[in-house]
Design a protein around this ligand. Structure first.
Ligand code: ISL
Length: 544
């Protein structure tokens, strides 16, 4: 584990939606530079920058056409260098998004492959169809078919794309691909970036291309989730590249269980520093991620406890650019939005692990307010609509499904102030602003001593100053229908976090005594109020 970043607070920026400096409706690098003081004041140590590389934007930058250039709508390489330097001046490091499972089909490698250059054909996974059909029966992450004819369909060749058809998967069996990626990583590390968030990193190596076991979604996944091949590649990348820069890596690892996550981040294996697991993000879904069901707090508590006790070190996060907003998912929102957002932040900062927050979470931004699919830009949502339609699901139902789960819920422009454009842009935003920006915005929240940001800062500062929160062990004390309580302990000193996931009052679990150090209510009461959070310094003699 890279100790330098272990206790950092990491803030994810989705550049398209963060701040637009030139009025084209799309966030950009100069916009980010203009907000660095704000991030420093929040106590942010590291920025995770979602992709800013050149891209045709089929998947908002996760389809890269040039890994060593900047997307023109985000600015120039000079802007990027300035951002890096300006962040450094403020003590903020930057990690880049490393997307190496696939490139864009507009990347030069894929173009040259299509033009018939064998060398580049071997950069991708191109297979002959079987018996007049597809090469295998695999599923696709974006509700599509993962095989697309490669060049002239008459040739009967297909390329694999586990995401959009404009995102062909790279062939990690080819040592040339490995060398190219090492070169790209060195390019950014030489500039001074601190490391990488590695996109879907545990699926890069496919063990075989045989048919998979039939499933509702992602048939074939057993052939590529966390394979030994991926472990080998990660260990090599660490040895050949990361170690020379003391770089930090956090892997986005999909569909991992605790043992898999442990193997990917275990210190002795020297692969990734830490991983993002998803089980807690699935606590309100039935099977496939596109079917959300009613949130049951106890399920979230069980999963959190399982991971807190199962791994020595976790990434703690409730939001990112792929997930609906936590305050909408895990609280009733509305009149409880502010107190609920604070409760979730209190919980997040009290867990053992590195804290990751997503832009807007610090003011309790909510899911977008979209009226129909026309207002949604995300390719995944459009594919889900097509798939649901082909299954005969009629429209009010399709829309209900998509509206709840769309990744665009997290991608609405950042709400900086109550002026037209929300301080995000002077032009027309690329994605519909949430109309609640007049109430929910940074300027207004900052001017409120009881605002979400003020609470964020308190928790963030407290965690940085508390060895118990930083290094203490984790023990669940109570996981009821609504109330979650756990203890963090270090050398006999104990802190207890208590959360009420209800709009109603709840009793404090028995046996918890001590002084409240931080709470999201201004005063004390015998029972827990709606969405109340308390961080308690436990009396040493207290029985638990
Ligand atoms: O979106 C998801 C959950 O709703 C995930 O299934 C997601 O597709 C998966 O976690 C992979 O995400 C990453 O790779 C994708 C990209 O679209 C996502 O934005 C990125 O975070 C392909 O590069």
């Amino acid at each position: 584990m890279n100790k330098k970043y272990k206790h950092s607070t990491v803030y994810q920026i989705y550049p398209r939606s963060f701040c637009d400096s030139d009025g084209d409706g799309v966030g950009d690098i100069r916009g980010i530079i203009s907000k660095l003081d704000y991030l420093r004041d929040l106590g942010i140590d590291v920025i995770w920058l979602s992709p800013v590389y050149k891209s045709p934007n089929d998947d908002n930058g996760y389809d890269i056409s040039d890994y060593k250039d900047i997307q023109p709508e985000f600015g120039t390489m000079a802007d990027f260098d300035e951002l890096l330097a300006a962040a450094k001046e403020r003590g903020i490091s930057i990690i880049m998004d490393l997307v190496i499972n696939h490139t864009s089909d507009e990347h030069e490698w894929f173009r040259r492959a299509l033009a018939g250059e064998e060398k580049y054909k071997n950069y991708y996974i191109i297979k002959k169809g079987k018996n007049g059909g597809l090469p295998n029966n695999w599923g696709n992450f974006f509700a599509d078919c993962p095989w697309e004819p490669f060049g002239d369909p008459a040739n009967g060749e297909y390329y694999l794309h586990l995401f959009s058809k404009k995102q062909p998967d790279l062939n990690w069996y080819n040592p040339e691909v490995y060398r190219e990626i090492c070169d790209i990583m060195r390019f950014w590390l030489d500039k001074g970036v601190a490391g990488f968030r590695c996109d879907v990193i545990n699926i890069i190596h496919k063990r075989t291309f045989e048919d998979g076991k039939r499933r509702l979604a992602l048939t074939g996944k057993e052939h590529y989730i966390s394979t030994e091949g991926t472990h080998r590649i990660l260990a090599s990348l660490r040895r050949d590249v990361m170690d020379n820069y003391d770089a930090f890596t956090v892997g986005e690892t999909v569909m991992v269980d605790v043992p898999m996550a442990r193997d990917l981040s275990d210190e002795s294996r020297r692969e990734l520093d830490m991983v993002f697991a998803f089980e807690h993000m699935e606590c309100d879904q039935i099977g496939v991620k596109w079917f959300k069901t009613k949130f049951k707090p106890r399920k979230l508590m069980r999963i959190l406890t399982k991971w807190q006790t199962g791994l020595d070190w976790n990434t703690c996060y409730f939001e990112n650019h792929d997930q609906p907003r936590s305050v909408t998912r895990f609280t009733e929102g509305g009149e409880y939005r502010k107190v609920g957002a604070k409760m979730l932040l209190g919980l997040l900062f009290s867990l053992r692990g590195t804290t990751f927050v997503y832009e807007g979470q610090e003011i309790g931004m909510t899911n977008g307010a979209f009226g129909s699919l026309d207002e949604i830009m995300d390719i995944e949502s459009h594919n889900v609509d097509k798939m649901a339609k082909s299954l005969g699901i009629v429209n009010p139902f399709r829309w209900r499904l998509i509206n709840k789960t769309s990744r665009d819920n997290a991608r609405t422009p950042m709400q900086w102030n109550g002026n037209e454009g929300a301080g995000f842009t002077s032009g027309t935003p690329w994605l519909k602003l949430h109309p609640n920006y007049k109430d929910v915005n940074v300027e207004r929240d900052l001017s409120d001593p009881d605002g979400v940001i003020a609470f964020f800062k308190r928790m963030n500062l407290y965690k940085k100053s508390s060895d118990i929160l930083k290094e203490g062990s984790f023990r669940e004390l109570h996981a009821g229908k609504y109330v979650y309580a756990f203890e963090r302990e270090l050398s006999g000193e104990r802190l207890i976090a208590v959360c009420n996931f209800s709009t109603k009052k709840s009793n404090m679990p028995e046996g918890i005594e001590g002084d409240v150090i931080i709470s999201n209510y201004p005063d004390m009461a015998p029972s827990l109020r709606p969405y109340e959070f308390r961080l308690i310094s436990a009396r040493k003699e207290g029985k638990l």
